[in-house]
Design a protein around this ligand. Structure first.
Ligand code: ADP
Length: 505
């Protein structure tokens, strides 16, 4: 993900307010008000670095989703402030929200650190400030969403309108809570939709704070509603609600499949899915060795390996394999794992105990399947869900670690001989979110980029996501695209208007 080039600097030295931010909002946000859950139920949010409880949050379920959908539907009423607002004004509201997020970057980053465990530096520059740029990109789009006039046959005049879809349900995961929220709400709002969003149950706090900024920015009541809660209750209620016109989901393939079924069985609502990945990075012997080792390291270990687009299959040419493996191990061994509030920290803990256990079990399976564990493989420290940076060599695609998404700090290095072979092996996955090649040979680049099956292909770089470019997957990595102009298409319906004309016009 792109780091900000803006002039914002880390608020050093960290004060107590940055290290232990006061949690301001823990209720459900409907109609620009914070309210208790209908059931009266709450759930706990825990800091993964310390295992200490941070807050109790109101647990929304079907009854609350119903209220949120009703508010989002009213906000679209004929002559409602949102419905009758100029498109340019929608853009200004998004810009204002970007200003407010920028104003509160230090605080929002703190909330993200205590719930996700990501390093403060990443939360500040990547999660918050990259999201600000996404808001500004879509703010500019609001009054540039245009149809066409079409020279149809006969004495008719024809034009198209690109209209909002209606009420959009958005279900987001815990690994990038702020970007996932902004990638979804920004284009939806630029296009004039209204939103019911469910943050992940592990990380609801930043979404609730941003909800308050949405109100402060001046968005009318009901335009954005945020319902914290669990997947099978609140999430399923959104996916199966007959009043929701589209559902956008980011998460696992397993739940994505369920969301697709619920969308089909309820009202055939439109659907976007952004799911898992097992992305191949191919490194040739003619690549810059130092640079590609560092990029492959970052591609996997960024966000403690908890990225759908992580470069989780590192294919290295046989001529440089042994050296590349040894130097990747050396790099992993000096990766700084620890307190996310320390600015030197490169990796924080995994999200929670469930993820921690799952990753350690995958590491065990790698050893049992015959891969060579070169470093790491165990917990780091005594408190918190930290795992040592782990590198396996001699990995093959028939092993679970070579095939399944680990979602943790486990680099799997695979040996290959030829370009044709590696393209076939790269494509042998059920996933297809991203791929990359490191080489100085343009012919290899041309063949690889055209033949590899992936939504994004990086050449001599990785993790370079920008607001202007579409992001999403092929095969079981998903359906549809976020960001870029594609996102505008995803949040509008095309209406064809045909008029009888007095003559050919
Ligand atoms: P992960 O394995 O990364 O936690 P999930 O796919 O389980 O990913 O969760 C992603 C999001 O989907 C979260 O907001 C979660 O609450 C939600 N979710 C989980 N189960 C369901 C479900 N049955 N229906 C709708 N949403 C769900």
């Amino acid at each position: 993900m792109r780091r900000s080039k803006c002039k914002m600097a880390l608020p050093l030295p960290f004060t107590e307010a940055i290290r232990n931010p006061q949690v301001k909002f823990t209720k459900i946000f409907i109609n620009n008000e914070f309210v208790n859950s209908t059931s009266g139920k709450m759930f706990q949010v825990t800091n993964p670095a310390t295992e200490v409880k941070i807050a109790d949050v109101q647990a929304g379920d079907k009854a609350d989703v119903n209220k949120a959908v009703a508010a989002a539907t009213r906000a679209l009423d004929f002559d409602s402030p949102w419905q009758s607002m100029d498109a340019s004004k929608r853009g200004r509201l998004l810009d204002k929200l970007a200003d407010l997020m920028e104003r509160d970057t230090a605080y929002i980053a703190s909330l993200e650190v205590i719930t996700c465990g990501k390093p403060y530096r990443d939360a500040f520059f990547v999660d918050v400030l990259s999201s600000v740029r996404v808001l500004r990109y879509f703010a500019g789009f609001a009054d540039k969403i245009t149809g066409k006039t079409i020279p149809i046959d006969g004495e008719y005049f024809c034009y198209t309108r690109h209209e909002p879809i209606g009420v959009v349900g958005q279900i987001i995961p815990w690994n990038f809570p702020i970007p996932m929220m902004i990638y979804k709400i920004a284009p939806a709002l630029a296009c004039g939709n209204t939103v019911v969003l469910k943050p992940a149950e592990q990380t609801p706090l930043s979404a609730l704070y941003i909800a308050d900024l949405i109100k402060e920015a001046g968005f009318p009541p009901g335009v954005v509603n945020v319902v914290p809660g669990f997947g099978p209750t609140a999430g399923a209620a959104i996916a199966s609600h007959p009043g929701v016109d589209k559902v956008c989901f980011t998460g696992s393939v397993e739940i994505g499949r369920q969301v697709m079924k619920m969308a089909a069985d309820s009202n055939l609502k439109r659907l976007n899915l952004e799911l898992g990945g097992k992305s191949p990075i191919v490194v040739f012997e003619d690549a810059d060795m130092d640079y590609s080792i560092e990029k492959c390291h970052h591609a996997l270990f960024f966000n403690a390996g908890q990225c759908c687009m992580a470069g989780s299959r590192t294919y290295v040419h046989e001529d440089i394999y042994d050296t590349f493996v040894q130097r990747s191990v050396d790099r992993a061994n000096i990766r700084i794992v620890g307190d996310p509030m320390d600015t030197a920290t490169e990796s924080g803990p995994q999200l929670d105990h469930a993820q921690f256990k799952k990753i350690l079990a995958m590491i065990e399976s790698g050893v049992e399947d015959g891969a060579t564990l070169r470093c790491g493989g165990q917990r780091h420290g005594d408190i918190g869900y930290f795992i040592k940076p782990t590198v396996f060599s001699d990995v093959t695609e028939d092993m679970r670690i070579g095939r399944e998404e680990i979602f943790g700090p486990v680099q799997c290095i695979i040996k290959f001989k030829t370009l044709e072979e590696v393209i076939t092996r790269a494509n042998s996955s059920d996933y297809g979110i991203a791929a990359a090649i490191f080489t100085s040979d343009i012919d290899k680049v041309m063949l690889f980029t055209s033949r590899v099956k992936a939504g994004t292909v990086w050449v001599n770089c990785y993790n370079w996501l920008t607001p202007q470019t579409s992001f999403g997957g092929v095969k079981q990595s998903g359906i549809g695209r976020e960001l870029g102009e594609s996102a505008i298409n995803e949040y509008t319906e095309v209406k064809t208007v045909t008029m009888k004309a007095p003559a050919k016009v």
